[in-house]
Design a protein around this ligand. Structure first.
Ligand code: THU
Length: 171
């Protein structure tokens, strides 16, 4: 959401419009989520078990909910050549796209463990994953609800715009 906050004045001359970008983030406990969202977060937590993270020790799990209700999971997969590895979110989103190309993604949950312990704070997606989430939203013309798990609580945003304002898109 873009709110015009006024004009920037330099030497008494109005130069350009200044905008404030407002994002809305919700926080809650696991027990406060609806059943479908809680199931998705639990799937993301479980999928940390498939993580291969011998280099970072940071095990990330992701779970994608499709419009038909199915859940597709992913986890980060590392490689000795570091950039060849892939994040959990992209693993899950690309697996969903490969297996169900016509099913829109409606929600994505992310959870992460440092060693054996889930992070206290929610783990938001990296920049590259945000761009991929944005691409999936564009592809299906539908905002993706994003649930970020932390053992202290869950952060929820309704669509990637909240995490990636002024994003690149060719749509
Ligand atoms: N990682 C993810 O799986 N998702 C992200 O959004 C950020 C980072 C992974 C990549 C790497 O295996 C480990 O976390 C440490 O960066």
């Amino acid at each position: 959401m873009y709110l015009c906050a006024g004009l920037v004045t330099i030497n008494g001359v109005e130069q350009m419009k200044e905008h404030k970008i407002e994002i809305v983030v919700q926080t809650c406990k696991m027990a406060e989520l609806n059943e479908a969202d809680r199931e998705l977060v639990e799937a993301a937590k479980r999928s940390t078990k498939g993580s291969y993270a011998p280099y970072s020790g940071f095990k990330v799990g992701a779970a994608v909910r499709l419009r038909n209700g199915l859940i597709v999971i992913g986890s980060n997969q590392e490689n000795a050549a570091y950039p060849s590895g892939l994040c959990a979110e992209r693993t899950a989103l690309f697996a969903a796209g490969a297996q169900f190309p016509n099913e829109p993604v409606v929600a994505l949950a992310i959870a992460a463990k440092k060693g054996r312990i889930f992070t206290k704070q929610a783990t938001p997606p990296c920049g590259a994953c945000r761009q991929v989430i944005a691409g999936v939203e564009d592809r299906f013309g539908k905002a993706i609800r994003i649930l970020l798990y932390g053992s202290d609580g869950v952060v929820v945003v309704n669509g990637i715009d909240a995490l990636l304002p002024l994003r690149f898109s060719t749509f």
